[in-house]
Ligand binder design. Structure first.
Ligand code: AGP
Length: 608
């Protein structure tokens, strides 16, 4: 996902912009660039590679004089990573510069029209079309040119724009891609996300779709796409400044793993009132909840895996049928949905394009959508009919841990709430479930204490080529997430399998020494999973078991055992995930991987 930072004020702009881009590196990128108005012209520097290349090119921004500018870290979509394809992009006369996050879906016909009118293009990007289109419509009034462009482009965009003839203002525009603006003591800022400007201001405005912001060094004005001035309410960011830093941990991912107890406490506490679950944000009465006939859970990646867990827990407790879809499939498969269905979209970033599209598809069909989202004010949070925030705070590591764990407990609370209103559990059972929920943070703390033990075991698998995760029922759901954690940060191939399915093909891949991680937390299935362990061991596998302390038979059946404290079987994924996160993390550390920013990945996939 691209990163945008803009500044206009009384200080030299380039160092501030580069500092802000560094705080956005977590979003994943392959090139970076900056454009500064130097008093006469727009000076631009851009380079493929890490931000440090650009910093070296500009001596940390010192060589670029000027008090207003825009910067960008690019996650390539149209056009391979290259200096030329990096942003900013300018019109031919270099009097307009633009940076862009998103995709201009109709850039090809627009590019043809511009080419037919004599425009020439330097890059392969969709963004360069914007620079020339702004040039085409610019007759001296930036706002007029911008709004004309907005009426003609289709797709998603967050933009920062400079006009050399208007050196006292910069412009920000937003549609479907996150963008905030803020005012500090020395000037005004544009940013894709809060960490970029947190050290300068805590008062920000979330730019809404089709809004245009004109920023000067002393303030800003907001306009609609029809050039009408609008007023907006600011949001105060109460994140502690170093919450977005590593706080002494080697990686953001480890820091965020250790934040999971607090994340869960923060997410459940406001919604547990004695022995009742109270989720006011649902904006649904108990009667409306009881009338829900079917749930569709839609998400991507780890959020999808949380949804798979949610299916088992909600169906088990509330006896409502639950369908779980990968968002990129849901939005195109023309799903069959019945009256009385409720759609739940899960997203840490709240900006994942496929999940946002699934939300819109559902709402277009007239279905109510509940978002389970971590980023306040994000697109999914604002477009859902109701939003259940996971109070995990900023999650910087690309591989989610604390936000995923918060999604799990959000789904548990929903399951208990639904079960209570539907009468499938009585008050005593609800009280016991709530008691078990409250115990999860301490139990996770205990499991995090096994860090060294897991690290020693993980070091043995730094050279592994294939690792399999197996489980039955809810243990299959957590196997999916354990497998993804390992492969996305250590690049070791891995697959998760329903344990009963292994013998239908994949068992042919088991060789001498192949590691199989078997998760077994469901008492009713202990023996079945042990049978699967026997099958793979017979073919040479080495088995790491993750199971409950009571399951003594596993000691003999497996080669290495990690025991979990006792909890309700429906909540066991929240405990089993801890050794699996630690395992994946230490294999990746052992391999010297870039744990927080794995290759090819972005923190939020805001394009299809
Ligand atoms: C998380 O470890 C993964 N990097 C990724 O699968 C992520 O869960 C997925 O892209 C969904 O992101 P979201 O929760 O922000 O929508």
């Amino acid at each position: 996902m691209c990163g945008i930072v803009g500044y206009i004020g009384s200080r030299q702009a380039a160092p501030i912009i580069l500092d802000g881009l560094a705080k956005l590196e977590y979003r994943g990128y392959d090139s970076a660039g900056i454009a500064i108005y130097d008093g006469e012209n727009i000076e631009m520097r851009k380079a493929v590679g890490r931000l440090s290349v650009l910093e070296n090119l500009t001596h940390g921004g010192e060589t670029m004089k000027g008090y207003m500018g825009i910067g960008h870290t690019r996650w390539a979509t149209h056009g391979a990573p290259s200096d030329t394809n990096s942003h900013p992009h300018m019109n031919t006369s270099e009097t307009i510069a633009v940076v862009h996050n998103g995709i201009i879906e109709n850039y090809i016909p627009l590019k043809k029209k511009l080419t037919d009118r004599g425009y020439t293009f330097l890059s392969e990007t969709d963004t360069e079309v914007l620079a020339h289109l702004l040039d085409y419509y610019y007759k001296g009034n930036p706002l007029e040119a911008i709004t004309k462009v907005l009426h003609r482009v289709e797709g998603s965009y967050a933009l920062g724009i400079l006009f050399a003839e208007h050196p006292d203002e910069i412009y920000a525009v937003r549609k479907d891609c996150p963008l905030i603006v803020g005012a500090g003591s020395d000037g005004c800022f544009i940013a894709s996300d809060v960490p970029a400007i947190l050290k300068y201001t805590r008062t920000v405005y979330y730019v809404e779709n089709q809004e245009v912001v004109k920023l000067g060094k002393d303030g800003m004005q907001f306009y609609s796409v029809d050039e009408e001035e609008i007023t907006k309410e600011p949001v105060t960011i109460d994140w502690d400044a170093n919450a977005a830093e590593k706080a002494g941990y080697e990686h953001f991912m480890l820091k965020e793993m250790y934040e999971q107890p607090k994340t869960i406490t923060d997410t459940i506490s406001p919604r547990l009132q004695d022995d009742r679950i109270v989720i006011e944000e649902l904006h649904m009465t108990d009667e409306e909840l009881a009338a829900v006939k079917r749930l569709h859970i839609v998400a991507c990646g780890s959020a999808y895996h949380a949804g798979v867990t949610g299916k088992y827990v909600i169906e088990g407790l509330a006896r409502i049928p639950v369908e779980v879809d990968v968002a990129s499939e849901f939005r195109y498969r023309n799903p069959i949905m019945e009256e009385g269905s409720l759609v739940i979209v899960i997203s840490q970033s709240g900006e994942t394009a496929d999940t946002l599209a699934a939300l819109r598809e559902s709402r277009d069909r007239g279905y109510k959508v509940l978002g389970i989202v971590n980023v306040v004010g994000s697109s999914i949070a604002r477009e859902a009919d109701a939003c259940l925030y996971t109070w995990a705070g900023p999650e910087i590591a690309v591989a989610t841990t604390k936000a995923y764990s918060a999604q799990l407990v959000a789904l548990y609370m929903l399951a208990v709430k639904l079960a209570q209103v539907r009468g499938t559990i009585d008050d005593a059972a609800a009280a016991e479930l709530i008691r078990d929920l409250r115990r999860l943070p301490d139990q996770i703390e205990l499991l995090l204490g096994q860090k060294e033990k897991i690290q020693r075991f993980a070091n043995r698998y730094v050279g592994a080529k294939d690792i399999f995760f197996i489980g039955r029922g809810i243990d299959y759901a957590i196997s999916l997430e354990g497998s993804l954690k390992l492969k996305e940060i250590s690049y070791v191939h891995s697959e998760a399998y329903a344990a009963g399915e292994l013998k239908h093909g994949t068992i042919s891949l088991i060789e001498d020494g192949t590691l199989v991680v078997a998760v077994s937390t469901q008492p009713a299935l202990y023996q079945k999973t042990i049978s699967n362990i026997v099958e793979v061991k017979a073919r040479g596998a080495f088995v790491m078991a993750v199971t409950n302390e009571e399951n003594k038979a596993m000691e003999k059946a497996s080669d290495y055992c990690v025991y979990l404290p006792e909890t309700n079987p429906y909540f066991s994924n929240s405990l089993a995930i801890i050794p699996l996160q630690l395992f994946g993390y230490y294999v990746a550390v052992g391999k010297g991987c870039d744990v927080d920013k794995p290759r090819n990945l972005a923190k939020s996939v805001t394009v299809e």
